[in-house]
Design a protein around this ligand. Structure first.
Ligand SMILES: Cc1cc2nc3c(=O)[nH]c(=O)nc-3n(C[C@H](O)[C@H](O)[C@H](O)COP(=O)(O)O)c2cc1C
Length: 179
C-alpha cells in the first residue's frame, strides 16, 4: 500500500490535459471512492454526475467560464459534478437540536476530497472548479432544483506530469497544540 501523505503531496490541480479519453470505469471508481467518505449519521448527502458526452461537456465548460476564468476546461476529457441533496436523512435527535443541513456541505466536501485523491491514485489529473451558477448546472444535467451543486471536477490525463512544489501555510500558522 502506498503512503497516504505521499499521495496527498502528489495530488495537484491539473488544468492541461492530454487529448485522451478516460475509461468510464475509472470515473465510476472515483465516485465509488467518494462514496466511502464519512458523513453525519451516514446520511451520504451527495450525488455525482459523470459527464463524458461531448455536447454536455461543451455546455458545462461554458458554464464554468461565466466570469471569464477556466478557459482550459473546454479541453477536459471528462467532468464529475458533485451535488448536495436537499434533505439529508439524519437521526431525529440530531435534527431536533441542529439544523438538518448543518453537516451536508462538509460531508460533500469530504466526498470530493476522496474523489480527487482516488483520481490521483489512478494516475488521472483533475481540478475542482467552483465558478458556476448552481441553477444553470442543475438545469443542464437534470438535477432537482432543491439540490446544490458544490463542485465541478474536470478530469483527464495530465499533459505535464511533473509535481509542483505545494504552496501551503506553515503548520505553525494553522495548528495549535494543547498538551
Ligand atoms: C472549492 C474549490 C474551488 C476551486 N475552483 C477552482 C476554479 O474555479 N478554477 C481553478 O483553476 N482551480 C480551482 N480550484 C483549485 C484550487 O485553486 C487549488 O486546489 C489550490 O490552488 C491548491 O493547489 P493544488 O490543488 O494544486 O494543491 C478550486 C479548489 C477548490 C477546493
Amino acid at each position: 500500500m502506498k503512503d497516504f501523505y505521499e499521495l496527498a503531496q502528489r495530488r495537484q490541480s491539473c488544468r492541461n490535459f492530454k487529448d485522451k479519453a478516460v475509461d468510464g470505469e475509472l470515473l465510476v471508481r472515483c465516485v465509488k471512492a467518494a462514496s466511502l467518505a464519512p458523513s453525519a449519521c451516514n446520511s451520504q448527502p451527495w450525488k455525482f454526475v459523470i459527464v463524458t458526452n461531448d455536447e454536455k461537456k461543451g455546455a458545462l465548460a461554458k458554464l464554468v467560464q461565466e466570469i471569464g476564468l477556466n478557459k482550459w476546461a473546454e479541453a477536459a476529457p471528462a467532468f464529475i459534478v458533485v451535488a448536495e441533496e436537499a434533505a439529508p436523512v439524519l437521526m431525529p435527535i440530531v435534527v431536533e437540536h441542529y439544523d438538518s443541513k448543518r453537516y451536508s456541505e462538509g460531508d460533500v466536501g469530504m466526498a470530493t476530497a476522496y474523489l480527487i485523491l482516488e483520481a490521483a491514485e489512478q494516475g488521472l489529473g483533475c481540478c475542482i472548479i467552483g465558478t458556476f451558477n448552481d441553477a444553470d448546472v442543475k438545469a443542464l444535467l437534470g438535477l432537482p432544483e432543491g439540490d446544490t451543486v458544490r463542485a465541478v471536477v474536470a478530469l483527464g490525463y495530465a499533459a505535464d506530469e511533473s509535481v509542483r512544489q505545494k504552496k501551503r501555510k506553515d503548520v505553525s500558522e494553522i495548528a495549535k497544540i494543547i498538551d
